[in-house]
Design a protein around this ligand. Sequence first.
Ligand SMILES: NC(=O)c1ccc[n+]([C@@H]2O[C@H](COP(=O)([O-])OP(=O)(O)OC[C@H]3O[C@@H](n4cnc5c(N)ncnc54)[C@H](O)[C@@H]3O)[C@@H](O)[C@H]2O)c1
Length: 470
Amino acid sequence: MDTPKKEERGKLGRRDFLQGVATVPVIGLFGYALAKERQYVKAQKEIKLGTTEVTEEGEELNVALLGAGAQGSVLLNAMLQIPGLRFRAVCDIWADYNLKRAVNLLSKYKFEVNGYEDYREMLDKEKELDAVVIATPDFWHSRHAVDCLNAGLNVYCEKEMSNTLEGAAEMVKGARQTGKLLQIGHQRRSHPRYIHCYEKIIKEAGLLGRIVTVNGQWNRSVQEDLGWPARYAIDTDTLKKYGYDSMQQFSNWRWYKGLGGGPIVDLGSHQIDIYNWFLQARPRAVIASGGTDYFSPEAHEWYDTVMAIYEYETPEGVARAYYQTQTTNGSLGYFENFMGDQGTLVISESEAGGTAGSIYRQPNAPDWDEWVRKGYVTAPKIQMMKKELDISNRLDVRESVSPDEHQIPIEFYDPYHKPHLQNFFNAIRGREALNCPAEIGYETAVSVLKVNEAIAAQRRLTFDPAEFEI
Ligand SMILES: NC(=O)c1ccc[n+]([C@@H]2O[C@H](COP(=O)([O-])OP(=O)(O)OC[C@H]3O[C@@H](n4cnc5c(N)ncnc54)[C@H](O)[C@@H]3O)[C@@H](O)[C@H]2O)c1
């Protein structure tokens, strides 16, 4: 639900184009937009779905999907692009609907999969599994992940790791005790653009200098609650058995206390995870304001509007990080903005909003020629535009384009979750270390769940460093 549809990424060029039309001649940007669009379409065509071909013998992995709703389908589509996976089973309590759809999809790609309503039955019967990918609602994660680890499976579990810290701690312990892998679904940790920004731009080149402030957001327009086809409604006894009072609650679990954590947990956890990563620190305190300001508090128990400020003690000194999520206006979508005394990095997972990756040099910083030559950042945007558009004598763009704006030169055309899933499967094969193991997922859960506490407490809450340790 918090990931834009694939089609949205195809619009990248068009949106960039529209944003630029007001200030630059059409022809050059149209060419740029078209080239991007073509690259995207080409990349999509080259993808071969549902192949189990592997380069080395014995590398095929037997995989099950637990939770085949919106995100389960996104992950399944990404996994169908990863060679070497043999799908064996799908489990989902919505047997006539989501379960059937996922089994049918996999059958189309010639996988012989068994469908289960109850995950315990799946674990009893499927003895050949190497891995399970879990995309059930947050309040099920801990039980599902721990039982799957105990059954000897490697686990990819969606964020939020759990809706409670006790649940998340059990997952860390489960991974340690069984020696199995547990990857948490903060997929930006494997995104090539994020890795480039942390490894090359922040750590190696130090282009931001000392990061003193951070700003980030995930803003969304008003959305109706999710509905369901009446003829596929799950009966009340089955709903109760799995912890839901009604189909309304089952479909909109994110908004309910005890099931999800509201937008700050659903959306914010992705980005606050990046704050911790890029700052190489854990927060020491948080203040937050929030409420159910717009929607009905009966249907939206969690806050629809949240604004939080974290304090970090980084190796270079104090940093303050603002984060907001609101669900009544989608202004500027979602991004993270790291502000250092030498440069500013604006980055987003989204390819759609024009904030995918830009870096701005501060006037006091030394020039970045070396980093342009090395390909860490592009040449300043103004130079590129002049070259592409041949406008040097005709257009004064100083007012609309910062002379110091550079782009992050990482093109990315895959589904957003694919690299993180690949990292998980390659870790099972012993070729890579996990990019988001249980301990990191836990740190993020500690950082994020405290925001809801701070809103309820109406005061600044501190983090004891021991809270981050299991
Ligand atoms: N990483 C991301 O970008 C991202 C994006 C969206 C969602 N998510 C996460 O994925 C998870 C699922 O979210 P969603 O949007 O797909 O929700 P959803 O409601 O669309 O899907 C949940 C599915 O789980 C099934 N289910 C519920 N309880 C179950 C149980 N006990 N056993 C088996 N199946 C059960 C439901 O029938 C449904 O098919 C959540 O943890 C969410 O936070 C992550």
